[in-house]
Design a protein. Structure first.
Length: 352
């Protein structure tokens, strides 16, 4: 006799996907917890670094660790020299910032050292955003970045031990790019990242870290066409992240200073966005946009007697403006660079 019970629908998450989802959520949660218990400054480092290491990079090995920690060490030297010696020389400092970004995007465009380049772009943008203001304690910033990097590696190692993959992962297929396309991707990324740095400095937008990070993360797509699709997904993710932060703020209400309740609310949000990130498999997409939005709002701006409602609304509106301006700049740069064959994206598969 046939059973009337409907067959269960297959899960959208594979066995590896489920474990990566748990790695991202639990790892980011631990980073937030440690920063709160230790009362460390720059909580954004402790929340976003584990997300990057566990979300953007699904594997964990010595090559990944060397790139991640090597970039952290280089960042300390770069920021110390560039900010410490050229802060009073804006033109010189801007030129050096462009060269630093150009080096990172060149590594990303070539491929083998993508982690080193991508983490460098992300970290440099955050540290330059903070360190360019004269009233900042540079030593505290550099120390926080170093400690957060070491903690992120330790968290990633722990998460891969607790939630290991059960099926072997296939390495991504190698991308064959012409030299001109690599130059095109490196230049459009470096110029756009430098313009983002300049705009946020000239307009004194020190409270718009999430907007600046949004302009940087879409550059991971390495080109205008990819960034255009990434910006749309990131805007949706940021909107969802801000709305969830608002909802959690309303639920917590006057209890937002109670760490156990905040940890519970934050953990639920991380699980939701980590699941979306793993399902969509789009790098910096909706899920990752929601993750980083929660990480910034909770890690950097959740303080006693501080209202996340105003912070969330301001960050979403500023992010939308920043993304639109970034895409306009990239569209212009894309067309200008295509005028020169040595840095043109033409002749390849339109990813430039």
């Amino acid at each position: 006799m046939p059973s009337d019970t409907p067959a269960p629908r297959p899960s959208k998450l594979s066995r590896n996907d489920l474990r990566q989802c748990l790695r991202i959520a639990v790892g980011a949660w631990i980073g937030f917890l440690v920063s709160q218990l230790m009362h460390w400054n720059y909580g954004v480092f402790f929340t976003v670094f584990p997300m990057f290491l566990l979300g953007i990079i699904p594997v964990f090995n010595a090559h990944v660790v060397r790139q991640f920690l090597g970039n952290a060490c280089l960042n300390v030297v770069e920021i110390s020299l560039v900010v410490g010696l050229t802060q009073h020389l804006p033109a010189v400092m801007t030129g050096l910032v462009f060269l630093m970004f150009l080096g990172r995007f060149t590594l990303m465009a070539r491929g083998p050292l993508f982690v080193f380049g991508a983490n460098g772009v992300l970290t440099l943008s955050i540290m330059l955003h903070f360190s360019s203001y004269p009233d900042l304690d540079l030593f505290d910033l550099l120390t926080s970045n170093t400690v957060a990097s070491l903690l992120a590696v330790a968290i990633a190692a722990l998460m891969h031990s607790v939630f290991p993959d059960v099926d072997p992962r296939q390495p991504p297929p190698p991308q064959l790019k012409s030299v001109s396309l690599q130059r095109h991707q490196a230049l459009i990324g470096a110029i756009t990242a430098t313009l983002s740095f300049l705009v946020f400095q000239l307009l004194d937008l020190r409270d718009s870290l999430s907007a600046q990070m949004a302009t940087i993360l879409i550059l991971f797509a390495l080109g205008y066409h990819g960034a255009k699709a990434s910006a749309h997904r990131r805007a949706i993710g940021t909107l969802l992240g801000c709305n969830l932060a608002l909802l959690l703020q309303l639920i917590l209400f006057t209890k937002s200073s109670h760490l156990p309740l905040v940890l519970l609310a934050y953990g639920i949000g991380l699980l939701l966005f980590a699941r979306e990130h793993v399902i969509e498999k789009a790098g910096s997409g909706i899920g990752f946009g929601g993750l980083t939005t929660l990480g910034i709002l909770f890690g950097q701006y959740l303080r006693p007697n501080q209202d996340l409602v105003v912070d969330a609304l301001y960050r979403f509106s500023s992010m939308c403006v920043a993304l639109m301006a970034t895409l306009v700049a990239m569209a212009v740069l894309h067309r200008l660079l295509d005028l020169w064959p040595a840095v043109s994206s033409r002749g390849d598969d339109d990813q430039g």
